[in-house]
Design a protein around this ligand. Sequence first.
Ligand SMILES: [Zn+2]
Length: 87
Amino acid sequence: MSHQHHDNCQKILNNLSDYIDGELDENLCQQIEAHLETCQDCRIVVNTLQKTIDIYQSDGEKTTLPQDARARLLAYLGLEVDTSRDE
Ligand SMILES: [Zn+2]
């Protein structure tokens, strides 16, 4: 069974690092949390990102996930911004 990501997911994913850093607008946080309630895919992404950030933190580094690492992670999860594949 194939599933597609909605525009909503893109919006969440675009704001995800700010959300996890706790730097996101309250209003957007609520939108993201509401979306996470209904979207398991995004919940998995958030969990994975948080774990990744935990690893960075335990290294004693600054907590911000590098843009590069985030992009690779999203690609790994099949959540690239440009999904032109038809799998
Ligand atoms: Zn989603």
